[in-house]
Design a protein around this ligand. Sequence first.
Ligand code: GLY
Ligand code: MN
Length: 469
Amino acid sequence: MEMFSKETYIARRAALAAAMGNGVGLFLGNAESPMNYADNTYNFRQDSTFLYFFGLRKPNLAAVVDFESGDEWLFGDDADIDDVVWTGPLPSVADFAATCGVAHAEPMSGLAKLLSKLVGKGRKIHYLPPYRTDTMLWLSTLLDKKISEVGQQCSLELIKAVIDLRAVKSDEEIAEIERACAIGYEMHTAAMRLVKTAASERDIHCIVDSIPLKYGGTTSFTTILTQNGQTLHNHLHDKPITPGRLMLVDAGAETPMGYASDFTRTFPVSGKFTQRQKDIYQIVLDTNDRALELARPGVTYQSVHLECCKTIASGLKALGLMRGDVDEAVAAGAHALFLPHGLGHMMGLDVHDMENLGQIYVGYNNETRPIEQFGTSSLRMGRKLQPGFVVTDEPGIYFIPELFEKWRAEHLHEQFINYAEVAKYLDFGGIRIEDDLLITADGARRLGERRIPATISEVEEEMTKTFSL
Ligand code: GLY
Ligand code: MN
């Protein structure tokens, strides 16, 4: 099992204990999750916070950290001979505890006993909001709470302390994310190369999704690979390759240690962009580049998002699709007809990092509040950037016929949108270009040793190359 050295996990837990000061932290690892019957499970994915503090990717573990005394326990049951027959020999829970520097290892039955002892002494038990039903049930039993109370009574203090730690990536975490980016590079260049010999989206999808497996990893989320990129999270890959269409591929890798990459590229299935496609593509690329220019410590990602919306709006204005004052158009939200999502999100052990802890705490704070306007309300990361943050930079332009029809019928933003001109683009699809950015001491840089081909000429050149595994 790949993990960082035990000192990393010891230091992370010590930093958490120092931030919390008092109380006890309860960390529940994930269990196997059945697909269609108990023994046929989805691929196991450990809870990311459990991974962050303990690094262990075995199901059915739990841990307790006493933030005052520094005492730490790992709970789990050793494999017995019946298990070993099916799974092979496994390290003991004591071995697992030693690999992450936890002093006490106990059978799972000890967890409830320890918690009731601590509660009896009046200690506060801090836990994070559960996102799986089995974890909710487990917490309900362990802490003697109603299911409805389990979510409500999670610890905001712990949520905030964990976010503060996980948001700032260490050098060894950056190296892992770079690994995920290198795999992402292979996935995306494979897609570009494969399209000329593919009959359907599936022919490309099956190869793209297999590439992380070569590295002992997996995809970091369900791949989007579609000639209907105007549907933002389109998970269908069943269309024949259709001349003239644009293929949008939004895909990333997760390394064996759980770190993610997340990239999007869009390319013409014919291998050459048409002039109309080039016009729109260049606006999206300029917007992606603009975000990199603007992102730096102390600047809010919300302000970067809004500036990027202006780059989109002024590009569309130059093409005659928008009109009027660009600043006013963006303030009114008119650009959201074309860009109905946010510029990006944090990324780390989760592709949308820590989304389970509450987007409002991950992406916002008292200083930067979400903007409740269609489009910008989908911005997951709004607050001030800090060195060590990793965020995605993923602008797009989409022609969504259903949204267009609704807005036109409602005469929405007519002073900013040239509906007659936009109507000519309803067969266009969508373009998104996504890179992953590390915020540095004085700016930002793209993660990944090489940028995945992004300019029009780079993409067309990549598409002429032959794919081999
Ligand atoms: N890559 C998918 C997303 O960011 O939602
Ligand atoms: Mn993304």
